[in-house]
Design a protein around this ligand. Structure first.
Ligand code: ADE
Length: 819
């Protein structure tokens, strides 16, 4: 609401106590009103007062939050419980119930704390109403927040036969659609949505469930052929608007021994509009034999050939006594002009039509007309493919402008919570929850990290020039030296400081004598160069003493000559930022060559390369005892290095810089003597730099989304992965991972036993906080006290993570004495 995503006019209420407590005055950050909505009428006993939010389109909502009226200590009102009602069309209202049928949601206990409620089952709705409740006559006030994402498919409802109960050695397995929010009549459920679209995928054993404390069979909707009395299960899907359907994915169980099998055939009919006739004949798809044989549960992809429909009716043919489905999802798009063409008869061979095999092919009907029709279909499909590619590209362009969490549509990636904010009335910034753009800190409790870059809520896309996880109002440093993005207040503020206007120190290109290539990547190369007479260069920022007449080795980052304009801008911005960062534990910029192409950035050279390489070629002294040829490192030396990194980060955080890609690969190691490290502690100076994807060597540390966005997910806090929320607190999380790498002497990647997708799932577990999240385990040589520090860096609540000042003093004082 604050950033205008949800205008005040979309928030209505049954009544308001006074002007100062009307519904849109709930935003404390504006400093207006009494900071919450308070109804005029009593909520006891009638419970009919409500605050309504119109989201303007269907949304998938997974979490709600409430807060009372604090009004700077003058408020005393809050709602101890409330009911939620929602509607997809503004006419039919449904009361939300949890999985056990409970309608009443526990609310607030005081005026200031935010209470979040995980919506299980999630809500798909356009309108949501909060009804505060009370058990006696009293005044209540409320502030609310909704979290979710767009319900892109626009599925309004599905109709299906009611699920059956299976009796397995005497115990019942309930295979009904227990969260279905429509009606039931004569064994058919209609007019609602339920478990087939809740994002929960059932496992191989349908008696086990993903949800806690639910009954066997919960994850599946299942039917018995015998009880149904027919050879197929008929499901009808109603969408908001006509769409072109490309694929239907049906996640099914295939537990042969219990007589459960994936459907053998599907026949679908398409109705392109409510008043239009069903297109005929139906599309018939056969499931390949291999899919029927494999006993594991899995998604079956059914190509629908881009047919237009607003209503889709599919008959799933039984292959055995039981059919169990846990999830259905559609890949569809708004219709293109070609989709209005009538479809000729196409009987498709499933195998040839799986996504693996590309687009559907028409089967020959052995007549000339069929060949002709086949050719026509081919052309249409080709056109459709081109349109699909264009739409796909636009889709990703749009999507990449949103936080990562929005990429995971619930029906496609069940285990990843699809949370983003659909910010409404404001809440204080509890970690990961202060998602509203520009949400300032609460008055009573300033956040420990004032640098938190404001996070854009729901819709504002990121600039197209930033092809990764950057937000609109922070500076992207994607260039040859990295893909990093820092929050730089001085550079983004409307009134530039003197430092912003100072030109970068230009060096004559000819003074750089190439020695060797240090690295290369997507954005250019890094060279080791020599400056023969550094003392002759008045512009050279000279950070350390080089004796007169002695050459100076420097690292030169060179932007690819064919780099885009955006990459060039980012490169120049990076130069500006680096030139302002003067700290012994941050790599320093000596000069630039930007008056002609290719653009170059000259930084100090760190003789021993990056920390990851440096450590991975070493063994721990105390672990292996004397070694022959392998270089060693001691625990105190490791801690001294870690404390230098903490010192550099302390400096960055004091400037409100968010690094976003702290890892051993982005720290450089100096020579044993000769350089002036700041907080040395050990023999070798360490300096934080940022290379990001500029070195192909570490490409595996970044998770690539459709070839564009690159994310160091294994170093990212859960709120960065799910919500794109980068703060100093998330840098602290990354520091914990960096420390873990160091104590593991960089022998393996963090969570090497997890795939990228599992790492993202784990972020979801952190969010859900049901105790299923996994942590990096304690490296062998790591004392428990130091591991506790790491664990505190990975605290779910970012307010409880330590500051870099604390980490630094812990490493310099306590950690040294731990062995
Ligand atoms: N970039 C890559 N390697 C480097 C090094 N050794 N020193 C400075 N910058 C670098």
């Amino acid at each position: 609401m604050e950033d205008g995503t949800i205008p005040d006019s979309d928030i209505t209420a049954s009544s308001a106590w006074s002007d100062s407590t009307e519904k849109e005055r709930g935003n404390r950050d504006k400093g207006e009103g009494d900071g919450a909505w308070c109804p005029a009428g009593a909520v006891f006993p009638s419970a009919s007062e409500y605050l309504q939010v119109d989201l303007r389109s269907l949304h998938f909502l997974a979490l709600v939050g409430t807060q009372g009226r604090h009004a700077d200590g003058h408020g005393r009102e809050f709602a101890r419980s409330y009911r939620l009602r929602y509607s997809r069309d503004g006419r039919t209202w449904i009361t939300w119930k949890d999985r056990w049928g409970q309608e009443v949601v526990s609310g607030n206990e005081n005026t200031y704390d935010v209470v979040l409620k995980d919506l299980g089952p999630p809500i798909v709705a356009r309108y949501v109403r909060f009804y505060p409740l009370a058990d006696r006559v009293m005044s209540v006030c409320l502030r609310v927040e909704l979290y979710g994402c767009l319900w892109n498919d626009g599925l309004l409802m599905y109709t299906a036969p009611v699920g059956h109960v299976m009796h397995l050695s005497g115990s019942p397995v309930y295979l009904n659609d227990s969260t279905y929010d429509g009606s039931i009549e004569s064994g058919v459920q209609f007019g609602g949505l339920g478990q087939l679209f809740d994002g929960v995928l059932g496992g191989n054993d349908f008696t086990e469930t993903k949800e806690l404390r639910v009954w066997p069979g919960y994850d599946y909707l299942g039917w018995s052929r015998e009880a149904l009395g027919q050879g197929s299960v008929d499901i009808e899907f109603h969408f908001e608007k006509t769409r072109s359907f490309h694929t239907m994915q049906v996640h099914s169980n295939n537990h042969h021994t219990q007589g459960v099998r994936v459907f053998s055939k599907v026949e679908c009919q398409f109705k392109p509009g409510l008043l239009l006739p069903w297109s005929s004949p139906p599309l018939s798809l056969a499931v390949p034999l291999e899919d029927l044989k494999d006993p594991s549960s899995r998604p079956i992809s059914l190509p629908l050939g881009g047919r237009p429909a607003q209503i889709l009716r599919c008959q799933f043919a039984f292959a055995d006594r039981w059919m169990l489905i846990s999830e259905i999802s559609f890949f569809s798009a708004p219709p293109s002009t070609t989709t209005s063409l009538a479809f000729p008869q196409v009987r498709a061979d499933f195998d040839a039509m799986t996504p693996r095999a590309g687009l559907p092919v028409a089967k020959d009907d052995s007549s000339n007309t069929a060949i002709l029709i086949g050719c026509l279909v081919g052309i249409i499909l080709l056109l459709l493919a081109v349109i699909a590619v264009i739409l796909w590209r636009q889709y990703w362009k749009k999507i990449l402008g949103k936080p990562l969490s929005q990429l995971f549509h619930p029906s496609l990636h069940s285990s990843i919570p699809p949370f983003t904010t659909s910010s409404l009335l404001s809440l204080p910034p509890a970690c990961g929850m202060d998602l509203e753009k520009g949400l300032p800190p609460t008055q009573e409790e300033p956040p420990p990290y004032p640098d938190a870059p404001p996070y854009p809520a729901l819709s504002p896309p990121f600039p197209a020039s930033v092809p990764h996880y950057a937000e609109a109002d922070i500076v992207s440093l994607q260039g040859v030296s990295g893909n990093n993005t820092y929050a730089v207040p001085a550079l983004t503020s409307p009134s530039p400081t003197a430092a912003d206007c100072t030109p970068l120190p230009e060096l004559p290109r000819h003074c750089l004598v190439f020695k060797e290539k240090l690295g290369e990547g997507q954005f250019g190369e890094v060279h080791l160069c020599e400056i023969e007479s550094p003392q002759d260069l008045p512009n050279l920022e000279f950070p350390f003493n080089v004796r007169k007449g002695r050459p100076l080795l420097v690292a030169v980052k060179i932007l690819r000559p064919d780099a885009s304009k955006n990459a060039r801008n980012d490169f120049l911005k990076e130069g500006k930022i680096l030139s302002r960062l003067k700290d012994p534990n941050i790599i320093s910029l000596l000069g630039v060559c930007v008056s002609s192409d290719p653009l170059c950035m000259v930084t100090e050279y760190m003789e021993s390369g990056d920390l990851n390489q440096y450590l991975s070629h070493r063994v721990l002294l105390d672990k292996t005892g004397p070694t022959h040829n392998t270089p060693t490192i001691s625990y105190p030396a490791l801690i001294a290095m870690a404390s230098q990194i903490a010192s550099g980060m302390k400096f960055l955080s004091s400037l409100n810089f968010v690094h976003r890609d702290l890892a051993t690969r982005n720290c450089l190691v100096g020579g044993e003597k000769g350089e002036s490290g700041g907080d040395r502690g050990g023999e070798r100076p360490i300096k934080i730099a940022d290379f990001g994807m500029s070195r192909n060597l570490y490409a595996g540390d970044y998770y690539r989304i459709q070839g564009r966005a690159v994310l160091p997910i294994r170093w990212m806090a859960w709120e960065c992965i799910l919500m794109g929320k980068f703060t100093t607190a998330s840098d602290v999380w990354a520091f914990g991972v960096t420390l873990w790498e160091m104590l593991s002497v960089c022998q393996e990647q963090p969570y090497s036993n997890l795939t990228d997708e599992q790492v993202i799932d784990n972020a979801g577990e952190f969010f859900r906080d049901h105790g299923r999240q996994v942590y990096l385990s304690r490296p062998d040589v790591c004392p428990q006290g130091l591991y506790d520090l790491m664990l505190s860096c990975w605290n779910r609540d970012c307010k409880l993570r330590p500051s870099f000042a604390h980490i630094h003093s812990f490493l310099t004082e306590d950690a040294m004495n731990m062995v």
